[in-house]
Design a protein around this ligand. Structure first.
Ligand code: GAP
Length: 438
């Protein structure tokens, strides 16, 4: 089994990620997050919001609608330019991305000795279309947003008018985006529905100023992934080449991860110049300029964007944390990302006094001490329970045994060192507060 196959199997077996609509044979490029996956994803999003919004005075957040007036996407250039060049196999008419040479070679080998000819590359738009309205035949075509970005830029004036932000400042957003990807694949890596976590940071339109903030945000975003435990050796920056950049970008650098399927992008940092605001100003007729408080000068700010994929981050955090050791598989996820923070066990499930005490510890931790969520397990022997928690990345297991009934102490077992220590129950709040830094 390859590493990716192991991650796919673990995700299904333990409830991280399931194929979308599985009982109907699935729907290509869609995935459902299970009980553990939703926790992992929520933790990633919470950490993003904490570092990008709550811990800064210069960033505010929004949550814009997925459905937008289609004129937005004409203005943003996505109707015209958000397209992949595709080639079509003249034998079976399957379409593949012209830049995916490996896929094309793989496809050629499926035609048993007949080497297919390919059409010239043609542009295929990635926006997913939908219909709105109640009257048959008069429905309006809309697009499911291809990036969450435009929901921020169309609210630039609203945010300026309703808050006290001043340039330089940013607007963060997390939400779903949709793309009609031709070749979804590598598990969740290329999906048709996915989530993005973004910052749009508005700065003065001067080269030195935008470059300064560009470098600043590149650095901040790399630091964020490292702070959540990603292996430094598996991360790198890569600058887009001239013909590779999206239509809105003056400069683009990806943060890439050394994945089982090669170095792959999971966050892009872009200098979007004044592309978005000038386009919306032109197409909507609304003045999008910013007035500088001191000099009273008016200008269209430049935008430095950081755009990460929540699903790709979740996938790479899982891959990065996966270890096979002598007797166990362990996910060494950062404690703040782990789906369960702690698991509580009664040593023996058939001793009511142990179960009662363990239930008390469970509710003390999860309700009074705010350690959430806490797993409960009373099946099988204690060794099996530890290994079941290791496999899903639970950093600490708390066991209530007979000594607990005498002196109110429990054992805490550390996922990574596998060492056990005894602690007074009354000290658990302080202990976990330090561990989870909340
Ligand atoms: N607003 C800029 C923007 O959307 P992008 O480089 O096209 O830029 C940003 O996308 C991030 O969104 C990517 O780095 C990736 O993590 C995620 N992403 C893009 N397409 C994706 C897909 N088909 N499946 C999963 N994640 C995707």
């Amino acid at each position: 089994m390859t590493l990716l196959e192991k991650i796919v199997a673990l995700s299904k077996r333990r409830g991280f990620i399931f194929p979308g609509s599985e009982i109907y044979g699935g729907l290509g490029g869609t995935w459902d997050y299970g009980p553990l996956g939703v926790e992992l994803k929520n933790n990633i999003k919470r950490e993003f919001w904490k570092s990008m919004v709550y811990e800064r005075a210069d960033v505010v957040g929004v949550d814009a609608a997925i459905l937008m007036n289609p004129k937005v996407w004409e203005a943003s250039g996505h109707v015209e330019a958000f397209a992949d060049p595709l080639v079509e196999c003249k034998i079976c008419h399957e379409r593949l991305r012209a830049d995916q040479i490996e896929e094309i070679q793989k496809h050629e080998s499926t035609h048993k000795g007949k080497k297919p000819e390919w059409t010239e590359p043609r542009k295929f738009n990635l926006l997913v279309e939908a219909r709105l309205g109640v009257v048959e035949d008069k429905k309006d075509k809309v697009y499911l947003r291809g990036e969450i970005t435009q929901g921020v830029h169309v609210n630039f004036k609203n945010v300026l008018d309703s808050t006290r932000v001043q340039i330089p400042f940013g607007i963060a957003q997390i939400g779903k985006a949709f793309r009609n990807e031709i070749t979804p694949g590598n598990f969740t890596f290329r999906s048709r529905e996915f989530e993005q976590m973004e910052l749009q940071f508005y700065v003065k339109p001067e080269k030195g100023e935008s470059q300064k903030w560009y470098e600043y945000w590149k650095n901040e975003r790399m630091k964020w992934y490292l702070s959540l435990g990603m292996d430094k050796k598996k991360l790198r920056f890569r600058q887009h080449e001239e013909g590779e950049r999206a239509h809105y970008a003056k400069d683009a650098w990806d943060i890439e991860y050394d994945s089982p399927f090669g170095w792959k992008e999971f966050e892009g940092i872009h200098n979007r110049g004044d592309w978005d605001l000038s386009q919306h100003q032109k197409h909507s007729g609304v003045d999008m300029t910013y007035t500088d408080q001191e000099s009273a000068s008016k200008f269209l700010p430049y935008i430095i964007e950081t755009s990460g994929g929540v699903d790709r981050a979740a996938l790479f955090f899982l891959i990065d944390a996966y270890y096979e050791e002598k007797d166990r598989v362990v996910l060494k996820l950062h404690p703040r990302l782990a789906p369960f923070k702690v698991a509580v066990f009664p040593l023996l499930p058939n001793k009511p006094e142990l179960v009662k005490k363990a239930r008390e510890v469970y509710s003390l931790l999860s309700t009074d001490y705010g350690v959430q969520p806490v797993a409960w397990d009373d099946r099988g022997n204690i060794g099996k329970r530890y290994f079941a928690q290791d496999e899903i990345g639970t950093p600490y297991c708390v066991t209530v045994d007979f000594q607990t009934l005498d002196d109110d102490t429990v054992t805490i077992r550390d996922r990574d060192t596998m060492k056990q220590e005894r602690f007074k129950i009354e000290n658990l709040e302080k202990y976990f507060k330090k561990k989870f830094n909340h």
